[in-house]
Design a protein around this ligand. Structure first.
Ligand SMILES: [Mn+2]
Length: 424
């Protein structure tokens, strides 16, 4: 299905007087409303192909109905999200869950919906049917060179698919690790990983990048071979300029100061980008901003300040992507909420008076520095986001419009109630 633009317009018209009241008030309170709106219009967040179905846990999975049955239907869903929020103009594919059998036609279909392809993701954390060797004891770090070689070749195959689709980055997350002390020689595991990644790096086209994700635990519970940003950074540094570190917000031990990590990686030119989600305990993959929106704001403060310091474009300087799983919510509603939360944090960070903050830091005026941050954080910037969506041709109220347009009901009618998409 596609969003009917005239009905969307009617829905917007009903909400317009209240929106204008709120927007005019806020625009009068701040001095850079127009500049922020332009930045918000330019700022897009990629949707991962695996987030369009209902996610499961190891205890079960409850399909919500109308889930995409093919890559085309996943692209169609991202098109629906983008039509509503005008902020999700790309899709990040996961191979082999989403193999583009006919790349030119897939690319053309996406382009019709205003979409392009973001980073491609490899998968060596599962065994696939017909696969010769098992990843039970790891992939790129494996003690057996033949397994490592199989995993290297898979990554090179993923690059090949990405090239056909116009992607420019390979995102690698490894489940490699150990469950028990003594299982693994840490140095050998790291060295094997490095040598495997060197082969993948050598296969990158000149204008491509490789993004190395880290995670402290799960599925392994004693050690992970790329367990934290230090290990990822070390690999990225040894590999070369086109390798950098990907930060997934859920991949940290509790209470880690993620904004400080982000600040230093960005300073060193080694911040690849983000996988956004939120969590209370571990890699919970909850809706962005649902648990800790203040942390998200503090991260965006470092991003805006750090990107500006390096003269990088906010929208394109690094990669922006959601990596979440929806167990009980409608995936499309969840993704709309996530994108909104990311852009709220971004808009709030754009409100920070960086000059005043620097001055307060220079004077050790701690209370004033805190006030400057919290003044921005406590500003309700939602009218700026709504205005940006309106100017870009989207919905004033994306989730409300999704419901009023009966999108899910239509998808269930088209695809059926008992559909299950590929993924975890
Ligand atoms: Mn991730």
């Amino acid at each position: 299905m596609q969003i009917n633009k005239e009905i969307l317009q009617d829905l917007n018209n009903d909400l317009l007087p209240a929106h204008e009241r709120r927007f005019n008030y806020l625009a009068g309170e701040i001095d850079n409303a127009e500049a922020i709106i332009l930045k918000l219009i330019a700022f897009n967040i990629a949707i991962p192909s695996w987030a369009l179905g209902t996610g499961g846990t190891r205890f079960g999975r409850f399909s919500g109905g109308g889930e995409p049955r093919s890559l085309e239907e996943k692209i169609e869903d991202v098109g629906l999200i983008h039509a509503l929020n005008r902020s999700s103009n790309s899709i990040s594919l996961h191979i082999p869950w989403d193999i583009p059998d006919n790349a030119p036609s897939i690319k053309a279909f996406a382009s019709q919906l205003g979409l392009h392809f973001d980073a491609v993701n490899s998968n060596t954390f599962q065994d696939q049917p017909h696969q010769a060797l098992s990843y039970k004891y790891g992939s790129l770090h494996h003690v057996d060179k033949a397994v490592r070689q199989q995993a290297v070749e898979h990554n090179i195959e993923v690059i090949k698919y990405g090239v056909e689709l116009g992607s420019k980055a390979l995102s690698v997350w490894l489940a490699d690790g150990s469950n028990f002390p003594g299982q693994l020689n840490f140095r050998n595991a790291f060295q094997n990983t490095f040598e495997s990644l060197q082969q993948v790096y050598a296969a990158l086209p000149d204008d491509w990048k490789i993004w190395i994700e880290y995670k402290p635990y799960e599925p392994n519970f004693y050690s992970t071979t790329i367990g934290d940003w230090g290990q990822s950074y070390l690999l990225a540094n040894k590999l070369g300029q086109r390798a950098s570190t990907l930060v997934d917000l859920g991949h940290h031990l509790p209470n880690t100061n993620i904004e400080q990590i982000v600040s230093l990686l960005l300073m060193e030119g080694k911040l690849a980008g983000f996988h956004f989600n939120d969590s209370k305990y571990g890699d919970d993959d909850l809706t962005v901003g649902s648990i800790n929106p203040y942390q998200l704001f503090l991260i965006f403060n470092e991003l805006v300040e750090g990107l500006d310091a390096r003269g990088l474009n906010h929208a394109t300087g690094i990669g922006w992507m959601i990596d979440a799983s929806h167990n009980i919510k409608d995936p499309v509603e969840d993704l709309l909420q996530s994108v909104e939360a990311i852009k709220i944090a971004y808009a709030q960070a754009l409100l920070i008076d960086q000059e005043k903050l620097k001055q307060a830091q220079q004077n050790n005026d701690v209370a004033h520095a805190q006030n400057i941050l919290q003044q921005a954080y406590r500003t309700d910037v939602r009218p700026l986001l709504a205005e940006a969506r309106l100017q870009a041709g989207g919905a004033l109220d994306p989730v409300g419009s999704f419901r009023a347009l009966k999108v899910r009901e239509n998808l269930i009618q088209e695809r059926g109630l008992k559909t299950v998409t590929t993924g975890l």
